[in-house]
Design a protein around this ligand. Structure first.
Ligand code: PMP
Length: 369
């Protein structure tokens, strides 16, 4: 008998949103829209496409393990020193590195209930213990409760802001008050995967704390996670990064694989960063799509939760039924893990949102919300 750690028995492998091809094959459908993985429905920058085409002949070469050009570009873009970055195969990989470096041997991680599911997965896989802090009745998050739950055993706190799947986010003031009170031996992971969508809405901008712009917040162990998978539209190339103090980065570098960020991904990310017009366009369209989905759900009498991301969580009496009926109609959304009645739809293009709402209307005429 092969032996392996007991804690792996607790793991349910991550279930991603169903790929379009799989739904086509399984259900014999031609037209399928995927609003399941918070991808950018407008694709990516044209400059990225051109650069990837130009460099595709070079994929026989290993990538630069140090991400020299991307590091330089991001350093210019954010004002943070290049040595304060670590790059990953998606920001998921940075979560994995955090687990490997800080959560082995029964160390504890804290997060709110219903946080991004990967935090629990990685903590458990790393041999750590995952502790959850309850949400408020309306699924908002009281950061004081997170503070009260810290014990001498707490090593890492994960905070997705906004939260995937609820879309709730804490304000800058709430976060700063929280950060000031976190003990200096705890690593706070501020996951800003949806940063671009919530920018300018009173949310914290984690990089400002790395830059030391708030003199009241000093000597904290904070790592900010960002990604090129969402507003930049590069989910398929898998590039994310963490920004932190040099000590934390140097620890994470010890557990990183040598060539973890692929060749085309690095080229694409550099170009994507230069094309902020595409990001602005994507964010603007997301705002319109958000209102379209809110209005549509309201008309149907469905409870939904205002979002700071590119997705909306809503509740129905029978989520499995609604999910599978939508699938039959070629609309792929996703269960909102951790929320009994919750479903999560990514905000798509106007035509996709309309198809989603129209399909939902038809399904609910058979089984009201
Ligand atoms: N954090 C959050 C909150 C997310 O929703 C996601 C994507 N679903 C990620 C991190 C990981 O994104 P990626 O690995 O594509 O950068």
């Amino acid at each position: 008998m092969i032996s392996y750690p007991d804690y792996l028995d607790k793991i349910q492998p991550y279930k991603p949103g169903k790929p379009i091809d799989e739904v086509r094959r399984e259900l014999g459908l031609n037209e399928v829209i995927k609003l399941a993985s918070n991808e950018n429905p407008f694709g990516c920058s044209l400059f990225v496409k051109k650069a990837v085409e130009k460099h595709v002949t070079e994929i026989n070469l290993y990538p630069d393990g140090g991400c020299y050009y991307l590091r330089k570009e991001l350093s210019n873009f954010t004002g943070v020193d290049g040595e304060n970055f670590i790059f990953g195969n998606g920001s998921n990989e940075i979560i994995d590195l955090i687990g490997r470096a800080f959560l082995t041997g029964g160390k504890e991680a804290l997060a709110f209930e219903g946080s991004f599911i990967v935090y629990k997965l990685i903590t458990t896989i790393s041999g750590g213990l995952f502790k959850e802090v309850p949400l408020e009745k309306d699924y908002s998050r009281d950061l004081n409760k997170l503070l009260e739950s810290i014990t001498p055993k707490t090593s890492v706190i994960f905070l997705d802001n906004p939260c995937n799947p609820t879309g709730f986010a804490n304000t800058k003031e709430e976060f700063e008050e929280f950060l000031k009170n976190v003990p200096n031996n705890v690593l706070v992971v501020l996951d800003e995967a949806y940063y671009e969508y919530g920018k300018g809405s009173g949310l914290p901008d984690g990089i400002n704390y790395i830059l030391g712009l708030n003199p009241e917040i000093k000597n904290k162990n904070l790592i900010v996670l960002r990604t090129f998978s969402k507003a930049y539209g590069l989910a398929g190339l898998r590039i994310g990064y963490g920004v932190s103090n040099k000590k934390i980065i140097s620890i994470l570098e010890k557990v990183r694989q040598p060539f973890n960020v692929n060749y085309l991904g690095q080229i694409a990310a550099v170009e994507a960063l230069k094309d902020q017009k595409f990001v602005e366009f994507s964010v603007e369209q997301n705002e319109k799509g958000k209102l379209q989905i809110y209005e549509g759900l309201e008309v149907l009498g469905i409870r939904f939760f205002p979002t700071y991301g590119n997705f909306v969580m809503f509740e129905v009496k029978n989520p499995e039924f609604v999910y599978s009926e939508l699938l039959k109609k070629g609309v792929v959304i996703r269960p909102a893990f951790g929320f009994k009645n919750g479903l999560r739809v990514s905000i798509g293009r106007e035509d996709q949102n309309e198809i989603f709402l129209d399909s939902l209307r038809k399904i609910l005429s058979k089984s009201p919300p």
